[in-house]
Design a protein around this ligand. Structure first.
Ligand SMILES: Nc1nc2c(c(=O)[nH]1)N[C@H]1C(S)=C(S)[C@@H](COP(=O)(O)O)O[C@H]1N2
Ligand SMILES: [Mo]
Length: 157
C-alpha cells in the first residue's frame, strides 16, 4: 500500500512540472527518462524517502550528518534508463557518473547538513554525497570529482 501510494505520487511528480507553491525548480532531469524532462522544486524532492549518512568530506572538517534522498530512488522514480548520468552544477561544473555507483553505494543527494538546509554559499541547495567513510575504495580522487555541489541538472545517457 505504501509503495503503491508512493509510486503514484512519484509518477505524478515526474509527469508534472514543479507546482508553483512548492517553490522554484532546483533540479532539472533530462535525457533517457520515461516521462520526459522534469524539473523539481526542493519541497517535491523532500517527498522522496529520506536518506541520511554520516561521513567526512574532502572539503569540510570532521564528519557531518547529511540528509537527502538516494540517487537511485530518484532515477527509479523518473524511469531513468542509461549507464551514465551527467551531473551539472550552478557554477557550470559537470561530470559524468556511472549509474553503477548508485546501485553499488548508497549515494545521496543531500539538501541538509547537520540538520540545516544547504545554502547556495555552502555547497547547496543540493550536493551529491558518497558514503566515503564506509568504503575505502571511495576515498579516491576519481570519486571526489563526483561529489557535485550546487547540483542543478542530471542528464541520463
Ligand atoms: N559544483 C561543483 N562541484 C564540484 C566541483 C566544482 O568545481 N563545482 N569540483 C569537484 C572536484 S574536482 C572535487 S575534488 C570536489 C571538491 O572540490 P572543491 O574543493 O572545489 O570543493 O568537488 C567536486 N565537485
Ligand atoms: Mo578536484
Amino acid at each position: 500500500m505504501r509503495n503503491g501510494v508512493t509510486g503514484l505520487a512519484m509518477f505524478m511528480m515526474a509527469a508534472m512540472p514543479a507546482a508553483a507553491d512548492d517553490g522554484p525548480a532546483v533540479l532539472r532531469v533530462t535525457g533517457n527518462i520515461a516521462g520526459g524532462p522534469a524539473s523539481f522544486a526542493l519541497d517535491t524532492l523532500r517527498d522522496l524517502p529520506e536518506a541520511t549518512l554520516e561521513t567526512s568530506t574532502v572539503v569540510t572538517d570532521g564528519t557531518h550528518r547529511f540528509t537527502g534522498f538516494l540517487m537511485r530512488d530518484l532515477l527509479d522514480r523518473v524511469g531513468a534508463s542509461g549507464d551514465h548520468v551527467t551531473a551539472s552544477a550552478l557554477n557550470d561544473y559537470a561530470v559524468d557518473i556511472p549509474v553503477s555507483d548508485f546501485r553499488d553505494y548508497d549515494v545521496i543527494v543531500a539538501y541538509a547538513m547537520d540538520g540545516a538546509p544547504l545554502e547556495r554559499a555552502d555547497k547547496g541547495p543540493l550536493w551529491i554525497v558518497y558514503p566515503r567513510d564506509d568504503h575505502t575504495e571511495l576515498q579516491d580522487i576519481r570519486f571526489d570529482y563526483r561529489w557535485v555541489w550546487q547540483l542543478s541538472g542530471l542528464e541520463i545517457r
